[in-house]
Design a protein around this ligand. Sequence first.
Ligand SMILES: [Fe+2]
Ligand SMILES: [Fe+2]
Length: 279
Amino acid sequence: MIGSVRSRAGKVPALYAGPVVVLFIGDICGRPGRDGLALAMPGLRERHAPDLVIANGENSAGGLGITEKTARKIFDAGVDVITTGNHVYRHRDAYEYLDRTDRVIRPANYRTSNPGRGHTIVEAAGRRVCVINLSGTVFLDAARSPFDEVDSLLDRLRDEADAFVVDFHAEVTSEKVAMGWHLDGRAAAVWGTHTHVPTADARVLPGGTAHISDVGMTGARHGVIGAKKEQVLQAFRTQMPIRYETATEDVWVMGAAVDVGDDGLARSIEQVLLPVADA
Ligand SMILES: [Fe+2]
Ligand SMILES: [Fe+2]
């Protein structure tokens, strides 16, 4: 059905061709995560029919950071926009790429002089969807409050997009739940990343914002949040620094799919917890 609708800002008429399904994918961990996502994507497309696929790629290069090469591999798997987080600046040679591309974003509340950008607006199913990346400030460093930052972004961009979705890269569930309530009724979805462990609290809040504290990771579960378990155990037991390698066994794709209505708010959220062997 094609019709003219008012945007969520109530000002800009837009052509609308039906609901927008947005699929969020949790932190992609190294090659096992990248390859696992590529293998799972045909099944995910069949199951959820996403119009827009967003994945967190901060661990895509050897488990830490992102490069242009790993970003391209993620795009080749069918992802449209890549979000990141605290590991985004691990690879110095990616800085120029982060400045050049509008498809890989980093937390908006980092210093404005840092490489890259904090949001991007893409078209999906005839709607303009603004993807925002934010960092928490509890146990993580960011230049500005994510709450103030997202307020000013939504103010500034309200006429430029029909729906807003937010990857909140944060450590603690309290800050993540708080962000969901902060944006309830203003964003279509707020999903958490960074901990690599999925939470069981996916829901649509009363104002129409789909929320989940953490979608989890896309990587090997036979490890410790993406790294080889023997190495992480050694680090914990000896309290000595150790170089981690990416775990490879039992790869799962974790994320969530959100159905966004013509008011720019969510109708439903469905968690994705998919062993790649079953994809
Ligand atoms: Fe991560
Ligand atoms: Fe992180």
